[in-house]
Ligand binder design. Sequence first.
Ligand SMILES: [Zn+2]
Ligand SMILES: [Zn+2]
Ligand SMILES: [Zn+2]
Length: 81
Amino acid sequence: MCRYEVYGDLYQGCGCFKKSYYSGERTDCGKADCRNSEKHTHRAPLCPCGAYAQDEKRIMNLFRFACDDCKRDEFQRRVGR
Ligand SMILES: [Zn+2]
Ligand SMILES: [Zn+2]
Ligand SMILES: [Zn+2]
C-alpha cells in the first residue's frame, strides 16, 4: 500500500484530521499488485489490482478542542435538532 504524505491539522477534541494539502511525497510499497506502485507490471487498463493508498499524516497544528464541524454537530444536538 503506497503512502502519500499529507499535511493538516489535528483536533484532539474530536480526533478529526483536517487535510490541508498533499506534499507530493510518496512512499512506494513496491508491490506488483498495487496500481499506484511503480512496480505494478500489468498493462491492461482493467487488471484486478486495487489502487491502495494510505495517508501519511503530517501534523502542522495540534488543537486541544474539537473542529468546527464537530462543534456545530454538538451545538445542534444541544438545541435538539
Ligand atoms: Zn502501493
Ligand atoms: Zn494490475
Ligand atoms: Zn471533528
